[in-house]
Design a binder for this molecule. Structure first.
Ligand SMILES: Cc1cc2nc3c(=O)[nH]c(=O)nc-3n(C[C@H](O)[C@H](O)[C@H](O)COP(=O)(O)OP(=O)(O)OC[C@H]3O[C@@H](n4cnc5c(N)ncnc54)[C@H](O)[C@@H]3O)c2cc1C
Length: 414
């Protein structure tokens, strides 16, 4: 339960402050029979009524996601580069080079990237080099390169892959600075303070990326729903205990609110509104690449098999932002893969809210597709990136069932 709650917090979802009884003791309406996957749903009696929700006293439309398996346009599996003690951000001498490591950000790499890059930059500046190399062109490599450019350095990126082929592409895309950052045991006051500094630097940076063409970064409201069904099996079995750090950032975000019955269309006894940031990964990663190139950055496609290969680079200071790749390149077995599957449905620009339903289904309204995700048992330590199509269809079906319950419970006049 502790892990589950922390996962939700990590997903950027401010959990209910209501009592446990309010969450688990409520009755659950039996759902009507689900339509067959992929077939049109039967029209409910009040099909003309559109779901809506009251926001700040104003009734606002709440368009439903078209939850059909044949609308899946991308099904991806990726591994989070988790380290028990958090990301490795430190200097290492390698022959005549200085390597500044910046890898191992678990499920929070997008969120912490700017802060982590700033911490790495301080170490780079100690070497007094004006030309540096960055190995890796995921979100950590690009943000490391950009902060170094802003500090006046000339930067060349060397990487095996670049967007959209890097692992960073396959992230969910929400502000989740505390998602699988470190274990509870390893969370010393020093590590927690470092996490908070990274998170606050990143948060500030993101507020300067709002309102730009293509909406790389946005804020959205979401709804945390609970109908008491909860988990069948423990989906987080085998995972370590994670610390609950997000309360340290509570001054940054709106706190969320429990919604009264009649103010929302969800047929569940417990609903809480939360507010979070979204990273529209397609637009945002293009923006990062374009900014790097516009500032004179260069990218060279190259794969390094062993640390000695780095010795041949012309730059004397090198940031290592190889993510999960650091495990093989530097033989660092402290990097543990944590598998995660997600899918994107065809974008629906009218859907501007997120959902977290019964801890089993997450929906994020990204501009490049409606992202759906369900946690699965056995993800920790699992580097298998084979997609599970049947699992993906079950996730879509869960949303289709919820939609049908919403429609069936709408009053005919609103
Ligand atoms: C399912 C899932 C959902 C997630 N959701 C979120 C989220 O919502 N919010 C969030 O903040 N974070 C999220 N994350 C975490 C986030 O995606 C990662 O922490 C982040 O992408 C790590 O970025 P990176 O740049 O270190 O790694 P990568 O993206 O893997 O980039 C590594 C780079 O190094 C290069 N490289 C590696 N090895 C070598 C080598 N030997 N030689 C040359 N080049 C090499 C690669 O080609 C690549 O360019 C999620 C992760 C997963 C798996």
């Amino acid at each position: 339960m502790v892990q589950r709650r922390d996962f939700l917090k990590s997903a950027g979802i401010a959990l209910a402050s209501a009592s446990t009884a309010a969450v688990s003791g409520a009755e659950t309406k039996a759902p009507p029979p689900a339509p067959h996957a992929g077939t049109p749903e039967a029209a409910p009696p009040c099909a003309h009524v559109q779901p809506s929700i009251i926001v700040d006293g104003v009734r606002t439309p709440l368009p439903l996601v078209r939850a059909q398996p044949d609308r899946i346009i991308a099904l991806t599996v990726c591994t989070r580069p988790f380290r028990e003690h958090g990301p490795r951000i430190e200097k290492q001498r390698l022959g005549r080079k200085t390597i500044v490591h910046n890898y191992g950000h678990g499920g929070s790499g997008w969120s912490l990237s700017w802060g982590s890059a700033t911490l790495a930059l301080r170490l780079v500046q100690e070497t007094r080099q004006e030309r540096i190399a960055v190995i890796g062109c995921g979100v950590i490599g690009l943000t490391s390169a950009l902060v170094a450019q802003r500090a006046g350095m000339k930067v060349r990126i060397y990487a095996k892959e670049r967007f959209p082929d890097v692992r960073s592409t396959f992230a969910t895309g929400n502000w989740s600075p505390n998602s699988r950052f470190c274990t509870r045991e390893a969370a010393t006051p020093e590590l927690v303070a470092r996490w908070e500094e990274m998170a606050r630097i990143s948060f500030r940076t993101y507020q300067h990326l709002l309102g730009l063409p293509g909406n790389p970064i946005e804020w959205f409201d979401g709804y945390y729903l609970r109908d008491g069904n909860g988990f069948g099996a423990d989906l987080f079995a085998g995972e370590p205990d994670y610390p609950n750090l997000e309360s340290r950032l509570s001054d940054l975000m709106p706190g969320g609110e429990v919604l009264a019955p009649g103010t929302h269309p969800f047929p569940v006894p417990f609903v809480r509104r939360y507010t979070n940031m979204i990273f529209n990964i397609s637009a945002y990663s293009r923006m990062l690449m374009a900014d790097f190139l516009a500032a004179g950055g260069e990218i060279e496609t190259r794969e390094f098999e062993k640390p000695e290969d780095i010795a041949r680079l012309r730059e004397k200071t090198v940031i290592n932002a190889t993510g999960y790749g650091a495990r093989a390149l530097f033989g660092d077995e402290s990097v543990i893969p944590v598998r995660g599957q997600l899918m994107r449905l065809i974008p629906q620009p009218e859907v501007r809210y997120g959902l977290a339903y019964n801890d089993q289904l997450y929906m994020l309204p990204r501009r490049d597709g409606i992202v759906l995700q369900s946690p699965a048992p056995g993800d920790f330590g699992n580097e298998d990136t084979t997609p599970d199509r049947a699992g993906a269809e079950r996730t879509v079906q869960m949303l289709a069932d919820l939609n049908q319950r919403i429609r069936a419970s709408l009053p005919c006049a609103q």
